[in-house]
Write a protein that binds this ligand. Structure first.
Ligand code: ATP
Ligand code: MG
Ligand code: MG
Ligand code: MG
Length: 481
């Protein structure tokens, strides 16, 4: 018999029909009530065993975590909190589970504990919800761009360039230990590691994306990127997914408009298509909030927070204005900063970004025109201001609870200016001719941004640690499997 998915069954009105459900046992109560989950829904279906007809030896094998197949009649449930249940006629154990050894007991486990058993945490409601939302957001991103005629471009994972110039790269080495390139003293010659070349895992697909944008007009990438992040924060992974649209003929304002539209579109999509999951995550957060002292509790619930984000224009201010706001913040607030920003030129830390968003403007903020010194070489340079300061046409989008979610800019289209900037920043111009060709042959104004996918998933799910929104987090402590 064809398997019926629990999600469909929970919505059915066809009582009396015969179905087969297959899934994993969440709980088994009173030797009679089996709560089965097959992953299609957060909610379980209850199967009611007729213990006069089911063999004792089979009943004994029903434990939390075991896999079962249940065939029976769909009936209306008299129990609280469920509409439908199955009256079991046939019960089969598909896979046994040693309850003593099974780490997932029918109780609430901490996220820290579940992180240690990341390979099994898919079977919990929290991670079912989180990864369903993640999936919906990924789909919505492709949908958004494809509806607008953007071309999905695959950029390389192994590359010779360091797009961000931040030096946070993982080098690619060969596993052929006998044939590693060696220098004269016998040490490994990393410069020649990739068949005679030095390469690393990509930190961003942007530069390659620019090449494509100056032919297709509008493209986007959506793939894994790697950064040897030395810090252990709740916002950084060593392997994360990034969405990087790149558009010819877009100036900074067009770039900001697109980013804001994208974020609102995908959040709307999640609200419309993941209501069960988001309701569950909202409840989970509310439980967490109750553990906090009254004055630290969030006033808004998850769904309200998401809707709020859709209803308001993001605040757009310059870096210079942001510094002024931070400098003018109340002494009490300043005491709370770990790192005090008093001077123009310093890079904002996530505590400052969150202050601007959560306390000052109380909505998402787009910060533009950053000091050239703290941004990458490819950003378009503004003319020097009255005080002789150099800024670039950068834009960072800051979100509540997250800080930076998007980093983007209008790109420098002038070959001369770009080369000058690269030399100032000690970037080997002669190795980047492939990139500079875009500026040599029919250069046009263009812009793009990078959206950190996990930061988006963090925001929409209300989770607080980035390790909890990617199936297999890669951080200094997590890489076993
Ligand atoms: P941050 O200041 O938070 O370190 P960044 O400025 O180094 O970020 P960008 O180079 O601007 O990051 O990358 C674009 C986007 O990718 C960021 O806005 C962020 O959403 C995401 N991102 C960057 N680094 C990481 C990381 N290590 N883990 C997860 N997401 C990241
Ligand atoms: Mg960084
Ligand atoms: Mg940054
Ligand atoms: Mg950035």
């Amino acid at each position: 018999m064809k398997r019926t998915k629990i999600k469909d069954l929970l919505n059915t009105t066809e009582f009396g029909q015969q179905v087969t459900v297959k899934g994993w046992v969440r709980t088994f109560r009173n030797n009679q009530f089996i709560a089965i989950n097959d992953g299609s829904s957060i909610n379980n279906i209850q199967a009611v065993v007729d213990f006069t007809t089911t063999e004792e030896s089979v009943l004994k094998r029903i434990t939390t975590g075991s896999a079962v197949s249940v065939t029976g009649q769909v009936i209306e449930s008299l129990g609280k909190g469920q509409r439908v249940e199955i009256k079991v006629e046939q019960l089969e154990i598909i896979g046994d589970c040693d309850a003593e050894k099974y780490p997932l007991q029918p109780k609430k486990h901490s996220l820290e504990f579940l992180r240690e058993i990341a390979h099994l945490r898919f079977r919990t409601n929290t991670f079912n919800a989180v990864f369903k939302v993640r999936n919906a957001l990924a789909y919505a991103i492709h949908k958004f761009f494809n509806e607008r005629g953007f071309v999905y471009m695959h950029t390389p994972v192994i590359t010779g360039s360091d797009a961000e110039g931040a030096g946070e790269m993982f080098r690619v080495t060969t596993l052929d230990l006998d044939n590693l390139p060696r220098t004269e003293d016998g040490s490994i010659n990393y410069k020649e590691d990739f068949f005679g070349k030095s390469t690393n895992l990509t930190v961003s697909g942007q530069l390659e994306g620019e090449l494509a944008a100056l032919a297709f007009g509008e493209i986007y990438t959506f793939g894994p990127t790697f950064r040897a992040e030395n810090s252990n924060t709740t916002r950084h992974l060593a392997e994360f997914w990034m969405i990087e649209p790149e558009m010819a003929f877009y100036e900074l304002d067009d770039n900001m408009d697109l980013a804001e539209e994208l974020l609102k579109y995908v959040i709307r999509y999640a609200l419309d298509n993941c209501s069960d999951e988001l309701e569950f995550l909202k409840g989970r957060l509310q439980e967490e909030e109750k553990q906090k002292p009254q004055n630290e509790r969030s006033e808004l619930d998850l769904i309200t927070k998401l809707n709020f984000c859709l209803e308001n224009d993001f605040e757009r201010i310059t870096y210079t204005e942001a510094i002024q706001i931070l400098k003018n913040s109340k002494p009490n607030q300043k005491k709370q900063f770990k790192y005090l920003i008093e001077d123009w030129g310093a890079d904002l830390q996530s505590e400052h970004e969150r202050y601007l968003v959560e306390k000052h403007f109380k909505k998402p903020v787009i910060l533009t025109d950053y000091p050239a010194e703290i941004k990458a070489f490819y950003m378009k340079q503004n003319s020097t201001d009255e005080q002789g300061r150099n800024t670039v046409r950068a834009m960072d989008i800051l979100f509540p609870g997250i800080g930076e979610i998007v980093g983007g800019s209008q790109r420098e289209e002038s070959l001369e200016k770009l080369e000058r900037r690269m030399k100032e920043m000690h970037i080997p111009v002669e190795e980047m001719n492939w990139f500079l060709d875009t500026r040599r042959f029919g250069s046009v104004p263009h812009s793009g941004f990078g959206l950190g996918f996990e930061r988006l998933v963090l925001f929409v799910t209300g989770m607080t640690n980035i390790r909890d929104v990617i199936p297999f987090p890669r951080t200094p402590k997590n890489a076993e499997f």
